[in-house]
Design a binder for this molecule. Structure first.
Ligand code: ZN
Length: 130
């Protein structure tokens, strides 16, 4: 995949961190909604996936049950272990274009990282709410 620019709304980062905290010590998973253009992915909001049980782990989340929704640009989930990189299972279950991981202690943007399908770190820009 060609390197794309990823732009994330500040409220999205906040929501991911808050949700991760609420689910801890279990994993939380969210859908990332936004838009795609040729070389830019914009994430505007998060959504709790349908069928999500509070604290349902990403590794056993039934991705095939998700509705076909083209505004979903990827997923976010938390790593209560504090490891800020995707596991092999994460990459096997990759959904959409990007994967955001929030690692314990979910304090700030420093605990949040964006990855591509190959598990490579993608730099992202945080923009203020529009
Ligand atoms: Zn994971």
């Amino acid at each position: 995949m060609r390197r794309r620019e990823v732009v994330v709304n500040r409220s999205v980062i906040r929501s991911i961190l808050d949700y991760a905290k609420a689910c801890h010590p279990k994993e939380g998973i969210l859908l990332l909604k936004g838009s795609l253009s040729k070389n830019r992915i914009t994430v505007n909001e998060v959504e709790i996936p349908p069928l999500a049980v509070h604290g349902f782990g990403f590794s056993n989340f039934p991705l095939h049950m998700l509705p076909l929704d083209f505004s979903v640009v990827g997923t976010a989930h938390s790593h209560p272990s504090g490891v800020l990189r995707p596991s092999i299972t994460d990459l096997n279950k990759f959904y959409g274009r990007i994967m955001i991981i929030a690692a314990y202690p979910y304090r700030s943007e420093e605990n949040v990282a964006v990855f591509d399908r190959e598990g490579r770190l993608i730099e992202y820009e945080v923009v203020s709410d529009v």
